[in-house]
Design a protein around this ligand. Structure first.
Ligand code: C2E
Ligand code: MG
Ligand code: MG
Length: 631
């Protein structure tokens, strides 16, 4: 009475799938596990369907318990399969990575209720019952259709709701396999005696396989290890869930090697390396990214240092097969869950940048770039980019901090201090970007833009009304390496019609020691009328003789020196100040944070005071507001 003609081919298709599935390398990701579970469940449904149908036909000669069991098992698995199709979509599209507990509960609740109906059938006869005349459908038989229908609709609804996160291809594939399942359900509903549902499920599985599960998506064509897509898929799943350790290696001078050995030889070499890594690290997953870059990914317990030694040891000998004999060198990059990085794509980007660096000829062979302080690297990168952007768009801001005349406590000058903003719009202090700018050479442009803004400030404001006599602008020693510095600064002064004595240049004590270039530039600038302050005195090792060589008129005591004096008052600072005064320098004390500090510094002879007690560095408008009327 049952028609089994569709069952045989369905079974065969599923078996072929399983065989194929186990022969190609698979990533250890949830999507693959769910797919396997789906295929196995599908096989079990088919088997249970056939056995229960045969048992139902031979009901008279079989014990009733056996009929209950096989029919019950079929329904349980049938419903489970519907649920697994739904889970498969979630996993394939990565939706289960951001689990929403409420939705998960709703997703599983319909399955649980339907299964309860099935399991209660021996007592209630809800879905089916067995009596003297054999197997019969129960009053709630249709619940199996509703359950299946629910999961088809839920899948479509979920994908449509998140359609911005999925590609068109994924959307079409998902709709396609659900349409196939729907057709299966309808036909089963109309022709229940034909066991065709299995065949429709197989078609749906084929669509899923071609769209989401094809192992070629994650395999590197060259050497049978996983590729960058595979690494991304694994990292996306691993990062938020489990501790991991990752060791990456870069074959050094890969492009050059291609030239020496030829592309084909080197490709074969990469296959050898890939195979070696797979056998040397069977518990870990191995990936090939590109151009001689491999990744070994392990759990939180992997000993990366030992793995590095093992690999280095192997690379001491050649890589040879039939007609290949390659000598290769490697360097490494390593990162672990301790890096605190939460996005797979970001980690991959950093990894690629590091591997690029590790592969350079001047990078020490066998050395490793640790990426665990990624946050720091990211912050640095952001600051670097923000600096470049600020310079390009001329958005560097200047802040002004008052320099107060000690005796009268009135405003005398102000120090110009620059600020930039990071990508989030927050102010970045100069300690973070000045050293970067000095290293990259951006300091020349930065210094010039700050200087120009200072001139603009002088031109556009009534300094007299504020009691402001001059501005101090910082000059980096790196700027002194340019021989046209004085010409450029003078040109800016002239453009804004600012007399040079309005701008004092501050140069730090450290940068003047034994630097003839700095000495020469200072002389040239002085010849053009600029005045110089020695900044941060006491932070370096300058002796007074050296200071005297330079044309300073003002010495700024470093705030550490000032604070030291208040921690432990000795005669050193007062006599130093006296010595400076005797040599006709004016003296400024930095870091004045209290009224008492101000008093004491004036008493020991300082002429000017600078510090938070008077004001922090202020944006121009706030500074003007504060000092619009003379203090
Ligand atoms: P600096 O030239 O010694 O500037 C004084 C620094 O001390 C400023 O830090 C200021 O905010 C801080 N400061 C002032 N009074 C107090 C106080 O009472 N307590 C404390 N704790 N700190 C105080 P800022 O603005 O962060 O600048 C740091 C350094 O960056 C400057 O040190 C200077 O060397 C450099 N810099 C700033 N702007 C420029 C620039 O346009 N060009 C160059 N080459 N360097 C600059
Ligand atoms: Mg300064
Ligand atoms: Mg200073």
């Amino acid at each position: 009475m049952w028609n089994f003609s569709y069952v045989g081919p369905s079974l065969l298709v599923t078996l072929v799938f399983l065989a194929y599935y186990f022969t190609v390398p698979r990533l250890r990701i949830r999507c693959n596990r769910t797919f396997l579970l789906l295929v196995v469940t599908d096989l079990a449904v088919l088997a249970a369907d056939v056995v229960s149908s045969l048992a139902d036909e031979a009901y008279a000669s079989l014990p009733r318990g056996l009929l209950w069991f096989w029919n019950g098992l079929f329904f349980v698995l049938f419903l489970l399969r519907a649920y697994l199709f739904y889970l498969m979509t979630l996993d394939a599209l990565g939706f289960r990575r951001q689990p929403n507990p409420a939705k998960r509960l709703l997703g599983a609740a319909v399955l649980v209720v339907s299964e309860l109906f099935v399991l209660s059938s021996p007592f209630t006869g809800a879905v089916f019952y067995i009596d003297d005349l054999g197997y019969h459908r129960g009053a709630f038989y249709d619940i199996i259709y509703y359950c299946f229908l629910f999961y088809i609709l839920l899948t479509c609804f979920t994908v449509f709701r998140h359609r911005s996160q999925v590609s068109r291809y994924e959307l079409v594939s998902t709709v396609a396999f659900n349409a196939i399942l729907l057709a299966g359900i309808v036909i089963r509903f109309l022709f229940p005696r034909y066991l065709v549902m299995g065949m429709f499920c197989q078609l749906a599985i084929i669509v899923i396989f071609l769209s989401f599960e094809n192992p070629q998506i994650y395999l590197s064509g060259r050497n049978g290890v996983f590729n960058t897509n595979g690494l991304r898929a694994v990292l996306e799943e691993t990062i938020p869930r489990r501790p991991y350790r990752l060791l990456a290696l870069a074959v050094k001078n890969y492009t050059e090697m291609r030239g020496i050995y030829g592309g084909e030889q080197l490709d074969r070499g990469m296959v050898l390396v890939g195979n070696y890594l797979k056998t040397a690290f069977p518990r870990q997953q191995v990936f090939y990214l590109r151009s001689g870059w491999f990744v070994v990914l392990g759990d939180g317990k992997m000993d990366t240092a030992a793995a590095r030694q093992t690999i280095l040891e192997r690379f001491r000998s050649s890589w040879s097969s039939k007609n290949v004999e390659l000598y290769l060198e490697v360097s490494f990059a390593a990162v672990s869950s301790g890096s605190g990085i939460t996005v797979a794509d970001k980690l991959l980007n950093h990894l690629l940048v590091s591997l690029e660096q590790a592969a350079q000829p001047d990078f020490e062979t066998g050395a490793v770039i640790e990426l665990d302080n990624l946050r720091k690297m990211e912050r640095e990168l952001d600051i670097k980019r923000s600096l470049e952007r600020s310079l390009e768009r001329e958005e560097v801001e200047i802040y002004l901090q008052p320099l107060i005349e000690g005796r009268s406590r009135t405003l005398a000058g102000a120090e110009v201090l620059c600020r930039i903003r990071d990508s989030a719009g927050n102010v970045v202090p100069p300690a973070l970007f000045i050293p970067l700018a000095e290293k990259s050479g951006h300091i020349n442009l930065l210094g010039e833009q700050v200087f120009e803004q200072a001139c603009r400030f002088v031109r556009d404001h009534d300094l007299e009304a504020m009691g402001l006599r001059w501005l101090n602008v910082n000059l980096s020693p790196v700027q002194c390496m340019r021989t046209d510095l004085s010409r450029r600064y003078t040109a800016i002064l002239e453009r804004y019609a600012v007399p040079p004595e309005r701008i004092h240049l501050e140069i730090t004590e450290q940068s003047v020691s034994d630097n003839s270039m700095v000495e020469q530039q200072i002389e040239e600038l002085k010849a053009r009328g600029f005045l110089f302050s020695l900044d941060d005195y006491g932070s370096g090792y300058s002796n007074l003789t050296r200071v005297k060589r330079y044309p300073f008129f003002n010495i700024k005591l470093d705030m550490e020196v000032v604070w030291d004096y208040f921690r432990d008052r000795d005669e050193l600072l007062p006599s130093l100040v006296r010595a400076f005064k005797d040599m006709d320098y004016s003296v400024t004390a930095e870091g004045i944070e209290t009224s008492a500090m101000a008093d004491v510094m004036v008493d020991i002879g300082c002429d000017f005071l600078q510090g938070y007690y008077f004001a922090q560095p202020l944006p121009i408008d706030r500074f003007v507001e504060k000092y619009a009327a003379p203090v």
